[in-house]
Design a protein around this ligand. Structure first.
Ligand SMILES: [Zn+2]
Length: 290
């Protein structure tokens, strides 16, 4: 069982909290694509089944007038078989409670994309088999292209999309589907919180920008899942378009490094947030974790 930690940071007048759905295990080879194991295992120690430990980080933004939740972990709707494979702990409700965040107070829920490990607690499965919204008063946002892709149930990635994480919310009208297309189109969800496409992992992966009083933070999601994935070429095997991931990572660094953005890593169980710089070889590295 992972510790029930949460981290907090101030960004201008916004309060940012990192809560966790716990940890889970994924194949190390899949997480690092074509990078040789001899290289990645120095940064992520695999177990005897070649799995590495990953985090499931949710960021809560309190703007002063609104409470925004970014990502909702794996949730409690997985089959027993998948829970056995992932060894996940379904901690997000406890982690939110520990951080003093009530589900009823949440106004907005944002999903960067709709893979099972990013929107699981959008809804909660109850012992009687019913599924209800975890955040009853929230408006949920996801990209329409993600929903359409999930519904295709393609051989390549059907296991990544669990429709009970979003279909009930779409049917009830509680989830708004965004249609933003080009990059640099950044619709504002609430003042100071906006989204922008950074494709590669999926075609419509959205980063979430958080801006207050001249300071900037960004939840870059699976474009850069952990601090071990900062090298533009260390791309996940899961990515649908690895060449686009490399291009988009470089675009991200050109924005984030000069302005010293606070960057959130969705799956890093040790470094949930950091500021990025470049080392003497010109490679992006963590320069601070506050
Ligand atoms: Zn993903």
């Amino acid at each position: 069982m992972s510790p029930l930690w949460c981290a907090r940071a101030q960004l201008g007048s916004f309060e940012l909290t990192v809560a966790t759905d716990g940890t889970y295990l994924l194949d190390g080879g899949a997480m690092f694509g074509v990078v040789p194991k001899t290289m990645w295992q120095r940064r992520a120690q695999p177990d005897e089944q070649n799995r590495i430990l990953l985090g499931l980080n949710t960021v809560i933004v309190r703007t002063g007038s609104q409470t925004v939740v970014i990502e909702t972990g794996i949730g409690n709707k997985q089959s027993a078989k998948l829970r056995e494979i992932h060894q996940n702990q379904e901690l997000l409700p406890k982690s939110l409670a520990a951080a003093g965040i009530r589900p009823e107070e949440v106004d907005i829920v944002l999903n960067s994309h709709l893979h099972f490990d990013h929107c699981g607690w959008n809804t909660t499965l109850h012992p009687d088999g019913s599924v209800t919204p975890t955040f009853p008063n929230a408006r949920y946002f996801a990209h329409r292209g993600e929903v359409e892709h999930g519904h295709l149930q393609l051989d390549r990635d059907r296991v990544s999309y669990l429709s009970s994480n979003y279909d009930p919310l779409i049917e009830s009208g509680q989830m708004t589907l965004l249609t933003t297309e080009g990059i640099r189109e950044t619709p504002e969800i609430v003042p100071g919180v906006s989204v922008e496409l950074f494709p590669g992992h999926t075609r419509q992966l959205m980063a979430i920008h958080i801006e207050s009083e001249g300071q900037h933070a960004c939840y870059i999601s699976d474009l850069i899942p952990t601090s071990a994935h900062l090298d533009p070429t260390w791309v996940m095997g899961y990515d649908l378009d690895p060449l686009e991931t490399i291009t988009q990572r470089k675009r991200f660094y050109q924005l984030a490094i000069p302005e010293s953005w606070l960057v959130f890593f969705t799956h890093d169980h040790q470094v949930p947030m950091a500021r990025i710089g470049v080392n003497e070889k010109g490679k992006p590295v963590v320069v601070s974790t506050v």
